[in-house]
Design a protein around this ligand. Structure first.
Ligand code: TNX
Length: 750
């Protein structure tokens, strides 16, 4: 009897799982069936020689699932059960990448019009195959009437300059793309911190340019360095291997050779291509640097030779020429540049950059290829045939598509996988920003303003970018890319807005069993409940967002269920407390932990004389009394920022309140143009009518807090804080001549 119950239970579980379905990205049409087939042997056959490589890849995969299942591969249908790859000719025009699948106990068929479609069919099939008990292989039955991608550019980028990753890992990265039916790998091969591709006609590019004398450690804001020699590069033989590997997986590689900026590594090797003549060193730190390629005939000759070698190695249509973040400082004071501008009738540095890119474009076009560049290549006029990669938002992409130029969307907001993926307090250091899994899934590569317009057709697709300033190892790349890559693949293949987040998580769960087998270091941070400061009925607390019912505890106290998705802050004890929230059924240790400053102004009314900048709006005045300290590096949610303004903040505690200490949370971070205020004048009031200066002495705590304490307890209700902005940034400091920023995170009253 007990055995029977157990079997019934198992079947039920299987059915529920099967109904949810397994495949990411979700096919255009699919039905997941309730049966499953147990294979103790298998054959893979193909009816057209063009499908041989796909058959081989499937065979290898089957063998990796079980060492005990013999897998034959061949042309003719042999023993059953077989998986047959069949090439069909269609009488109607089918979309690029089209395939269909039928499964049955005796045999399954993947039909496609070409090898590419068959490859995608094989990927779907692989996600439905798992190791069975008894060393068998299990196929979860399903059928796909048809499947094909929504977008043609389904890309992932990897920066191998800031940190270098070996060839073996590059192949594994291509496997990740292929598994998700992505088809474009943007290989960012050169930058200030290292030149990573062998160029035979300029050997110093790698002899000198591939090595730096140290690297930044910790976050940029700390400005710390080690002095370990660091570097590496890919030989042309390596590159050929990787290109062939990618081709077998229907992935096109777009190599990027950065110009005219981000060129310090090249200039360290060949300073003659700069404006000043150098000497230079390969950069150790991250950032944007003034020394860039000088647009002389010699420089163009050099770059053309480099590009010629690059184009021999990479057969794809697009060559990425960078174009981003090129300061015009050197050009503006360089005689050669001034002469060039005069001769060519160029009125400023932007037009000179545009001239630079157009020259390179003409050369690349002469070799029958196209250039693609970051959206800065729009400035000063777009080269006639260029494609644009829009990274500073989607505006550049909209402008380019409206001028009938192909566009790849890669806005920082949704596509930068070097940003934090969950609450930074619980993540390893990252560059900044916050791009959650759910946010990626909500991405739509086609901006609203282009919908239904002819320009929409110029949006080729999108791409996730993995910049590696803060990503040092292959395992870190995996942790930052997965699972966000899966969400982007879903958007690009299935289509934007097609997927419900919790349904997606169900499928992700299944995909993860494959990742576990591959020992991939994917992030589990998305499992932690997300909490955000808010009020409920005038009480300050935290809104909880999670897929399952959650419980919470303060410090190590007793745990209680979260009701109405909200946790009020208890003020019974003031000072720092730790709030822990986790899913009731917490198999994966997904605990969200937040430090909360409990004080007497929490959730009280705050009025601001000037609204904060639209870039750092927080939740208005409430952000100053939400109990959360802003984190460093900033992700800008808990900070309010003002550019150049003097600001007066008024706080109403609601009733006369006993207090003796006020702490102002603020930031002093000159590298990022942020300055503590010159002065703060504080006044207080009992009735809101008569104000008197409030004058306790000030203590500064770690550039982060100004503390004011009285010797005796006072009863007050209102406070006014008049912050005087630090003014124009002095010469010699980053952002000199610009307005300084004032950043506040909390006004705590004790
Ligand atoms: C900006 S995105 C850059 C890169 C950095 C990245 C960090 C782009 C075209 N340029 O050089 O690595 O930000 O997120």
């Amino acid at each position: 009897m007990r055995g029977y119950c157990f079997v019934a239970f198992l079947l039920m579980v299987l059915q529920i799982e099967a109904q949810q379905g397994f495949i990411i990205p979700q096919p255009q049409q699919v039905s997941y069936e309730n049966e499953q087939y147990d294979y103790t042997y298998a054959t893979v056959t193909f009816d057209d020689p063009s499908l041989k490589s796909e058959a081989r890849i499937l065979r290898e995969y089957l063998s990796s699932l079980s060492a005990n299942v013999p897998v034959e591969v061949g042309r003719a249908p042999q023993k059953t059960p077989a998986i047959r790859l069949s090439r069909i000719t269609a009488d109607t025009l089918l979309p690029d990448g089209w395939y269909s699948i039928r499964t049955s106990a005796s045999g399954s068929v993947i039909q496609a019009i070409d090898a590419r479609g068959a490859f995608y069919g094989v990927q779907s099939m692989m996600q439905q195959l798992k190791p069975g008990s008894n060393h068998s292989i299990v196929l979860h039955a399903f059928s796909i009437d048809e499947d094909y991608p929504r977008f043609q550019w389904r890309g992932m980028h990897l920066d191998v300059s800031r940190h270098f990753f070996p060839v073996e890992f590059i192949k594994r990265y291509i496997d990740l793309l292929a598994m998700h039916k992505m088809n474009t790998f943007h290989w960012h091969l050169t930058d200030d911190q290292g030149w990573r591709i062998e160029i035979k006609s300029f050997p110093k590019l790698t002899e000198v340019g591939a090595w730096r004398k140290g690297s930044m450690v910790g976050h940029y804001s700390e400005q710390r360095f080690d002095s370990l020699r660091y570097g590496g590069f890919y030989t042309q033989e390596d590159v050929k291997q990787v290109v062939a590997y990618a081709r077998e997986r229907h992935v096109t590689i777009v190599p990027e050779i950065e110009m005219p900026g981000h060129a310090k590594a090249a200039l360290a090797a060949y300073p003659e291509f700069s404006c000043t003549g150098g000497p230079f060193e390969v950069e150790r730190g991250w950032g944007v640097f003034d020394d860039v390629f000088c647009p002389t005939e010699n420089t163009f000759g050099f770059l053309q030779q480099v590009l010629d070698e690059v184009m021999l190695l990479f057969p794809g249509k697009y060559i990425h020429i960078g174009g981003d973040e090129c300061p015009k400082t050197r050009w503006e004071s360089c005689e050669k540049c001034k002469k060039r501008m005069q001769d060519e009738g160029l009125k400023d540095g932007h037009e000179l950059q545009s001239y630079f890119i157009q020259r390179i474009e003409r050369f690349v076009n002469s070799r029958d290829r196209q250039i693609i560049g970051w959206d800065e290549i729009l400035e000063g006029g777009l080269a006639p045939n260029a494609a644009v990669m829009s990274w500073r938002g989607t505006e550049g992409g909209i402008a380019a598509a409206s001028q009938n130029h192909p566009v790849v969307m890669s806005p920082g907001s949704h596509c930068y996988f070097d940003h934090y993926q969950a609450d930074p307090r619980q993540e390893p250091v990252a560059i900044g920003g916050l791009t959650t899994l759910e946010k990626v899934l909500q991405f739509d590569p086609v901006p609203e303003t282009l919908k239904g317009k002819p320009a929409e057709a110029f949006i080729l697709g999108a791409q996730g970018n993995v910049w590696t300033e803060y990503i040092n190892t292959p395992a870190d790349v995996e942790r930052m890319a997965l699972p966000r890559l899966s969400a982007l693949a879903e958007v690009l293949w299935t289509g934007p807005g097609e997927t419900d987040y919790s349904e997606f998580l169900g499928r992700l769960n299944s995909l993860r069993t494959h990742w576990d087998r591959m020992e991939l270091n994917y992030s589990r941070s998305y499992l932690r409940p997300e909490i955000s400061p808010d009020t409920l009925n005038g009480i300050a607390g935290f809104r909880v967002k999670a897929q399952q019912p959650c419980v919470f505890a303060w410090d190590r106290g007793e745990s209680r269920p979260v009701k109405l998705g909200f946790i009020p802050i208890s003020t019974e004890r003031l000072g720092e407390r730790v709030l822990q929230v986790w899913p009731e059924r917490n198999a994966e240790q997904a605990i969200s932990r937040t430090r909360v400053q409990v004080h007497k102004a929490l959730g009280k009314r705050v009025t601001l004389s000037v609204p904060p900048s639209e870039h750092y709006p927080g939740k208005g005045g409430f952000t100053l009394v939400d109990g959360l300290e802003g984190v460093l590096p900033r992700v800008n949610r808990e900070w309010l920022g003002w550019s150049g303004d003097d600001v007066t903040v008024e706080l109403d505690l609601g009733m006369a309140t006993e207090l003796n200490r006020v702490e102002l949370g603020l930031l002093h971070d000159p590298t990022n143009w942020i300055y503590a205020p010159d002065t703060v004048e504080i006044s207080s009031s009992v009735d809101g009518k008569i104000w008197t200066p409030w004058l306790p002495g000030r203590k500064s705590l770690e550039k982060r807090k100004w503390m004011y304490e009285t010797t005796t307890v006072q009863r007050l209700r209102y406070f006014r804080f008049a912050f005087k902005n630090a003014g124009v940034i002095p010469q010699g400091s980053p952002g000199a001549g610009k307005k300084s920023w004032l950043f506040l995170d909390e006004i705590a009253v004790y």
